[in-house]
Design a protein around this ligand. Structure first.
Ligand code: XMP
Length: 519
């Protein structure tokens, strides 16, 4: 069965990924491609419709992003959004001009014509605008469908099946935006709502079966949702020809090495090789205090340990005559979009380390079963696969683990102190029913000692920072206004239960300008 597809051409808007997510929320598959892709690539996807995204440029800028204008003649319905509207007007012979006043933020739009795009919507809409230029003269065949007091807000040429709006239907600040996108995808494009978890699971399992044939695959497990869902999907396809490798890098949370193994084997039925390399990692981390160096040390050591284990596994398989080796990675769609975006990959603020570095001298082929999915879709698939909530709802945890939450040198003793404090934060946040409401909540061990008093005794011990943030995707975040009672309990429990900490502070920095992790 061919999945109905909506293609989104990205002109560089910060909201492009949101368009795809919104469309997928009503179970229609959508893909984001840079606006510069060859027309043939768009045609090959047999899209039911094409959305032209917004973008930061003016159509008159020297480096204005442009799509092959042939896309406007494909014969499938087109929806231009913001810059997408201006691109349509400019390329089809209308006129775009710089506005005297920029429209940014909330605006009220009056709908002035009936068109299927606005079916079921009220006569005026609250919308989100973000533009400098606007359309002054419409191309031949187009008519006005919506306006603000200042400018054109919507146009159509029904004979060419081209619609466009100046505002952003994809953002939450346009409350009726979802209905508009639904009208476009379902009524105008006739897309089927066939992007469902069952459909995804079934087609992915079939594809992996066909890809791997009688070969073997390995997968690095972190205990997090992405690698676990990827492993369960691949295991559905090839059973115990998948071997998962789970490495204790010495900077996991309290009891995590044991608990993750138990869950993966007993509840998920995965074939897991667990390697306790904590001494090896802590040895390499001795004396290292620079955050980037820590990340590199852990990343490199991980690849070495993983490589050794992978070789052992494949050596064993070769004796059975198997040559073809596969590596499962939990790459997600935002990484795929990012690496092919019109802007190219964004520059590195912190080097990220994830499980599954490629063993250097082995010819492994990649299976990336999640490369079409957003994080919330991965969770949906995990739920449909019957995976336990403790995995599906787990807060993100960085690859370099507690090492980036221990400022200064990472030693076994400091890891143990932080593990205790971290456990208390997680416990109390869960007890307060906040674990799923916040994006992440954790403790950070600072290289700062201060004086305190306990039972008439002077203390001189470490400081622990508590961090809790709210976020949609980890790209931006606000510090969470945790209830004082929760903070009070966390603080008093840490100071009284964790030997080595006598002071607790709460981090009230958002991202930007802070980052979520401290290193
Ligand atoms: P920052 O600290 O950059 O973190 O604001 C953003 C999100 O990414 C997580 N993070 C990582 N995840 N490998 C990962 O898989 C890493 O090396 C890594 N470093 C940070 C962080 O926990 C937050 O959710």
């Amino acid at each position: 069965m061919d999945t109905s597809t909506i293609v989104i051409l990205d002109f560089g808007s910060q909201y492009t990924q949101l368009i795809a997510r919104r469309i997928r929320e009503f179970n229609v598959f959508s893909v984001v491609l840079p606006c510069t892709v060859p027309l043939e690539q768009v045609k090959a996807l047999k899209p039911k419709g094409v959305v032209l995204s917004g973008g930061p440029c003016s159509v008159y800028d020297a480096d204005a992003p442009a799509a092959d204008a042939g896309v406007l003649g494909l014969g499938v319905p087109i929806l231009g959004i913001c810059y997408g509207l201006q691109f349509i007007v400019h390329h089809l012979g209308g006129k775009v001009v710089g506005a005297a006043a920029r429209e940014y933020g909330h605006a009220e739009v009056t709908l002035v014509a009936e068109t299927p795009l606005f079916r079921g919507l009220p006569g005026t809409l609250d919308v989100w605008m973000s533009h400098g230029d606007h359309a002054e003269a419409l191309p031949e065949g187009f008519s006005l469908t919506a306006k603000t007091s200042n400018a054109v807000a919507g146009i159509v040429d029904e004979s060419r099946k081209i619609w466009a709006v100046q505002f952003h239907p994809e953002v939450a600040h346009t409350p009726q935006g979802m209905e508009l996108l639904r009208n476009f995808c379902l009524d105008i494009c006739g897309a089927k709502q066939d992007w469902t978890p069952e459909h995804f699971i079934q087609s992915t399992v079939e594809r992996v079966k066909a890809q791997v044939g009688s070969g073997h695959a390995i997968c690095g497990l972190s205990g997090g949702v992405d690698s676990s869902v990827a492993a369960v999907l691949v295991a559905r396809a090839i059973g115990d020809r998948l071997t998962c490798i789970f490495v204790n890098n010495g900077v996991l949370r309290k009891d995590e090495f044991r608990k993750v193994q138990a869950t993966m084997r007993e509840q998920l039925g995965l074939n897991v090789v667990a390697v306790d390399a904590s001494e090896r990692f802590l040895g390499k981390l001795a004396g290292v205090t620079d955050p980037e160096t820590k990340r590199k040390v852990i990343g490199n050591e991980f690849i070495r340990v993983f490589d050794d284990e992978a070789k052992k596994i494949f050596e064993a398989e070769k004796s059975t005559g198997e040559e073809i080796a596969w590596l499962v990675q939990g790459t997600l769609y935002p990484d795929v979009i990012e690496s092919s975006s019109v802007h190219g990959p964004s520059h590195t603020i912190k080097s990220h380390h994830n499980v599954g570095g490629l063993p250097a001298d082995m010819k492994l082929k990649l299976i990336e079963p999640l490369r079409d999915l957003f994080k919330d879709e991965v969770r949906r698939i995990g739920r449909d696969l019957g995976m336990p909530a403790e995995i599906i709802e787990r807060q993100p945890f960085p690859g370099p683990g507690l090492a980036v939450r221990i400022l200064g040198e990472v030693t076994a003793e400091r890891v143990a102190i932080l593990q205790e404090a971290d456990q208390i934060v997680v416990d109390e946040i869960k007890k307060a029913g906040l674990y799923r409401k916040v994006w992440q909540s954790f403790a950070v061990l600072l290289p700062v000692k201060s004086v305190g008093v306990m039972g008439d005794q002077r203390t001189y011990a470490n400081t622990c920072a508590v961090r809790a943030v709210e976020s949609e995707d980890g790209m931006t975040a606000d510090w969470a206004p945790l209830p004082f009672e929760v903070l009070r309990t966390i603080s008093s429990r840490i100071v009284s239960e964790v030997r080595g900490i006598n002071r607790v502070v709460y981090d009230i920095t958002s991202k930007p300008p802070g980052t979520i992790e401290w290193e």
